[in-house]
Design a binder for this molecule. Sequence first.
Ligand SMILES: [Zn+2]
Length: 218
Amino acid sequence: MEFSLNSIKHSKCAVIVAHPDDETLWAGGTILMNPDNEWTIISTCRKHDPDRNPRYYAALKILNATGDMGNLDDGPEQNPLEKRDVETTILSLLKKTDYDLIMTHSTQGEYTRHRRHEEVAEAVLGLIESKRLTAKSLWMFAYEDGGREYLPKPIKHADQFVFLPQDIWNKKYQIVTETYGFHQESWESRATPRKEAFWAFHSAGGAKKWIQERSSVK
Ligand SMILES: [Zn+2]
């Protein structure tokens, strides 16, 4: 693959996630390693969560990013959301519609299993496909947990594999444990990946083809 971290230097990047903390868990190291980029980070849920809301904005400050939060349902039932509601929410939270790089969840999620992650990925793909959102590259988080066998880990054969220097990982871990306040024994703290991995695409078509190929292998 021709993508490299150098290719995202000084570029306009949007990170589109379902929840406050997803940006840090799955891409926080890569964000911290590229402080000169213009980072916009949006979360589609938890705007009115009095605990997560201020923690999210504090995390964005450390990540040198700006962003916003939406208020999509995130109840324990995880009732499916309408795709167009997710799409509309994403567009309303982004200040621009044209980016060099968009990062988001994988349509298969990062672990077993959170429906909101998959829905956000599908909505981003829909927006890019219909050109309501444009990006030179689309990176989707590439992690798996072996169907809950272990904590999520980066997929080794992903297109982009980012090794986090110790000081970067420390800072990322600090955001998880101190800024978000997760206990050291929490799933989030224990899962905080030391390496980050992404599937990289030039177009929504490329991403969709990849998704179809993967689902036909299953
Ligand atoms: Zn999440």
